[in-house]
Design a protein around this ligand. Structure first.
Ligand code: PLP
Length: 389
């Protein structure tokens, strides 16, 4: 069964002169990351969120797309707040961004590293009383107030101060002495589902907790999906991630963003099958009619998940074609029976992501989400960045 290709807004036509290709010699697969589209998506979200400040989640190497290229492009678009998961990611990113921008570590302060944060001008998101104590100590040692954000748990039970820790902090506010709390934040667990009452509950809890600890400053709650919930959810700062990279934050709604990623592979081999045979490992796909098969050098070692076997789609010269049989480690096979011979010769391109084959759609064929698809895309591809600084 084939789903019609969704219509998507076209990205700016890429300037090929500004594009450099990086990657292994002889790679027959090319991942193209459109930095101009990322900047456009940031501007669109910033326009929705204004007057709230719009930061960016660039953790996980900017969702696999290369933080060293993505973050400076976002900075050029106007972004000043960059969220990573680990201190290590922050230390890699810090020298690539102007000092006036802020690099924030979502996971807090690993034991014994508070001075690294201070020395490198990296801001922690304090997640626990232990983080608060470490940052309080670092401020005393530095002899000045140190900036931080504070993460409180409003129902996700993952990171941030628990209810018990909030109670302690409310009773002992001097724990925050020396800490310039710029923002009290939390993280939404269900905002991709408009019908889920959790989102409104988390919003109410954030307001309640901020009041309990006497915080009269800025608040933040929204990820990409949260931005789409409107002004009540924007508070003072939003932190989109996936939408910047072309993912539709609320899959049931029309996408507010343009595609960013293209994945194109060259046909490695082609064969005609004119008698009953099976294609690929496990012989799970039985060919019942004369079939033309194109082999492409992309497999699960490249992050093209095995779950897409016999389910995923690709495009050749704008025609939708189906993946046949299982995905191997380094290869997949595609049914090109209905494609004219002159369009599917070895060396000719097959689009695996792009031209309406959105990351959301490809991820769905893999039983996963666009986040996992992007962060797993492999390092064996040639990489091309379009636009950007
Ligand atoms: C990853 C992350 C984000 C961004 O989420 P998206 O759903 O990708 O927009 C925002 N805030 C926190 C705390 C995160 O971990």
């Amino acid at each position: 069964m084939s789903t019609p290709i969704e219509s998507v807004a076209p990205t700016e036509s890429p300037s090929l002169e500004s594009a450099r290709v990086e990657g292994p010699i002889g790679a027959t697969t090319r991942l193209t990351v459109d930095l101009g589209a990322i900047a456009e998506n940031w501007r669109r979200l910033a326009a929705l969120a204004t007057p709230a400040v719009t930061g960016a989640a660039v953790k996980g190497d900017a969702y696999g797309l290369g933080a060293a290229r993505v973050a400076p492009a976002l900075h050029a678009a106007g972004c000043r707040h960059f969220f990573v998961a680990h201190l290590g990611e922050a230390l890699t990113l810090r020298p690539l961004l102007p000092v006036a921008s802020e690099v924030l570590v979502l996971h807090g302060i690993p034991a014994g590293t508070a001075r690294e944060f201070v020395a490198h001008g990296v801001t922690p998101v304090l997640n626990s009383l232990g983080d608060i104590e470490a940052w309080h100590g670092a401020a005393r040692h530095a002899g000045r107030r140190l900036a931080a954000m504070l993460h409180v748990d409003t129902g996700m039970c993952r990171t941030g101060l628990s209810a018990a820790e909030v109670a302690t902090l409310a009773a002992e506010p001097e724990r925050l002495d020396g800490i310039a709390l710029s923002v009290v934040m939390s993280h939404l667990s269900c905002a991709d589902d408009r019908d889920n009452p959790m989102t409104a509950r988390q919003r109410a809890r954030l307001i309640e907790i901020a009041a309990r600890i006497g915080h009269r400053g800025r608040l933040a709650l929204a990820n990409s999906a949260g931005v789409m919930w409107g002004p009540d959810y924007h508070f003072d700062m939003v932190r989109p991630g996936i939408a910047l990279y072309g993912g539709n934050p609320i899959p049931a709604d029309p996408s507010p963003v343009v595609p960013v990623v293209r994945l194109e592979a060259g046909i490695l081999q082609r064969r005609e099958i004119d008698r009953p045979e099976a294609v690929g490992y496990g012989a799970v796909h039985k060919v019942e009619r004369p079939t033309r098969v194109a082999t492409v050098a992309v497999g699960y070692a490249d992050g093209y998940l095995r779950a897409a076997g016999n389910r995923g789609q690709a495009l050749i010269a704008g025609r939708e074609v189906a993946i046949l049989g299982r995905i191997s480690m380094d290869l997949m096979t595609i049914d090109v029976t209905d494609v004219p011979e002159h369009l599917c010769r070895p060396g000719m391109p097959i689009t695996l992501i792009g031209d309406g084959l959105t990351i959301d759609r490809v991820a769905a064929a893999m039983d996963t989400v666009s986040y996992e698809l992007l962060t797993r895309l492999g390092r064996r591809f040639a990489r091309q960045y379009l636009g950007g600084a």
